[in-house]
Design a protein around this ligand. Structure first.
Ligand code: CMP
Length: 483
């Protein structure tokens, strides 16, 4: 911004300087015109006095002054007045046409004034050959020029719109429309110039910037998966992704019953269409995680394979891994190996994408979670902005407050990276409490501590009083029907 305004100031000073120099040159020219003529006559004979030679610098100086004048008026009209009144930059084509016409007019006037004996009009109208030469030379340029004018009159697209144009399907954001070509910046950050006359002949696909533009993303599921469930799960996963418009809910529908899959399309609308590549990718990612979490399966061509079985050492089962993870959670440390195994059987694993919300403040909740892999942030919303209260990593747990007290969720929990969590439900915890009464006590401490953190609005654990944790313990016992 600063660089732009400093270059404007520089241009302004160059303009003033040049104008002063040219005006001075003109003044000096008229001042010494007689002396100059005499000098020429003395050297070249009396004919030099009437000759047009002396008038050439005069014509040049006046033309430069006319050019500077046109630049000044054009800046005044288009940079200042047009921008203030319309709020956007004037099209380059309009500016160029104005400058060319104004300058040609001024040049003809000056020429007529200085060379009164030459009839410019006659020169142009009688010179048919001149006309043919100019016409042929400018054929393409004039074609572009008039196609440009018609594009500006129709206004089928504006700077900032995304377009697809030409047989090679050039796709990108329009950077400028000049009297010769449309300049597009492609998504590979290349510049493509499509001449106006070509653009006028081709079909052009425009996604206007001010329009809610939609995209389609395709995927396939197994025939054994429920369509109703797929629609619900995918729609919910896609609707809160970045850059997916909140104005229209995404549509998930069956596109085809294919050979080896139900073929689906997700139609969604974008806030900023120019970022559709990233958003398509994010939507596909969300679909993957949502299907995975909900036990739905992507389809792929099915094939029968005959596998050779080799003797192997017994692999560690998923259940053993989970029991291992649970044993590292501090509040579960009093549990026996058998109890940990039972608890592991009762847990459900879920995977979340970076940025996905696992828990929303205010929702009902009847389960808690242990972070198996990854990281989550616990956030509260203050004055419309999220504040991170804590970051929890592998082996930490969350969601215990609503589970043990029956209150609504106290905070949002958002995945900071790809995160796998283990969900433990009410029934599994009740069973554990009955055999391990001390567990309720240690959990009540954690809850009281976290409640104090939330209330204090600080990132550090605060001092928690014995009364507070006793209160929590009483409510856990009440809620779980423990003695
Ligand atoms: P719950 O209220 O069920 O849902 C939001 C969860 O965020 C909450 O349970 C806690 O597990 C967790 N939480 C709230 N405050 C904190 C905190 N200060 N430190 C760590 N975790 C917290």
């Amino acid at each position: 911004m600063a660089a732009r305004s400093s270059s404007k100031t520089k241009r302004f000073f160059v303009f003033i300087f040049t104008t002063v120099v040219v005006a001075l040159a003109l003044y000096l020219f008229y001042h010494f015109k007689l002396a100059l003529t005499d000098a020429l006559v003395a050297r070249m004979g009396p004919k030099a006095g009437e000759d047009s030679l002396i008038r050439i610098p005069e014509l040049i100086l006046w033309s430069i002054l006319a050019f500077l004048g046109v630049r000044a008026v054009s800046t005044l009209i288009f940079d200042i007045l047009f921008r203030v009144r319309r709020g956007y930059e004037a099209p380059t084509l309009v500016r160029n046409i104005f400058s060319i016409l104004a300058f040609t007019g001024l040049f003809v006037l000056t020429f007529n004034k200085i060379y009164q004996e030459v009839n410019l009009g006659a020169l142009f109208t009688t010179s048919a050959i001149f006309g043919v030469i100019i016409g042929l030379a400018l054929q393409d340029t004039l074609g572009n020029f008039f196609a440009g004018i018609s594009l500006h009159a129709d206004r089928p697209f504006l700077v900032g719109d995304v377009i697809v144009v030409g047989p090679q399907k050039h796709t990108g954001v329009i950077e400028s429309i000049t009297w010769r070509a449309i300049k597009i910046r492609t998504f590979q950050n290349h510049i493509v110039l499509v001449s106006n006359s070509n653009a006028a002949k081709e079909a052009i696909e425009v996604a206007p910037r001010e329009n809610l533009n939609a995209r389609l993303v395709l995927f396939g599921t197994l025939y054994t998966d429920s369509p109703a469930k797929t629609i619900h799960v995918v729609r919910e996963a896609v609707r809160d992704a970045d850059n997916v418009s909140e104005k229209i809910t995404p549509i998930v529908r069956i596109r085809n019953l294919g050979d080896s899959s139900i073929e689906w399309e997700v139609k969604y609308w974008l806030d900023d269409y120019a970022k559709y590549n990233d958003t398509d990718a994010l939507v596909r990612q969300r679909v993957w995680y949502a299907l995975r979490r909900n036990g739905l399966t992507f389809a792929y061509p099915t094939r029968t394979l005959h596998l050779e079985r080799k003797a192997m050492t017994r692999p560690v089962t998923a259940e053993e891994q989970i029991a291992d993870r649970l044993s590292a959670v501090d509040v579960f440390s009093p549990l026996s190996t058998e109890e940990l195994r039972q608890l592991a059987t009762a847990t459900m694993g879920h995977v979340f994408a970076p940025g996905e919300t696992l828990i929303r403040a205010g929702d009902e909740g009847s389960s808690m979670f242990v972070v198996h892999n990854g990281r989550v942030a616990v956030q509260v919303v203050e004055r419309g902005k999220p504040r991170t209260v804590a970051v929890l990593t592998e082996g930490n747990f969350f969601g215990e407050m609503a589970l043990f007290t029956g209150e609504p969720r106290t905070a949002n929990v958002v995945a900071l990276e790809e995160t796998e969590v283990l969900e433990i439900g009410h029934a599994a915890m009740k069973h554990i409490f009955e055999t391990n009464p001390s567990l309720a006590e240690s959990i009540s401490w954690t809850i009281a501590e976290r409640q104090a953190d939330l209330a204090a609005g600080s990132l550090q654990a605060s001092q928690t009083s014995i009364q507070e944790s006793a209160g929590v313990l009483a409510s856990i016992k009440r809620f779980f029907g423990l003695r």
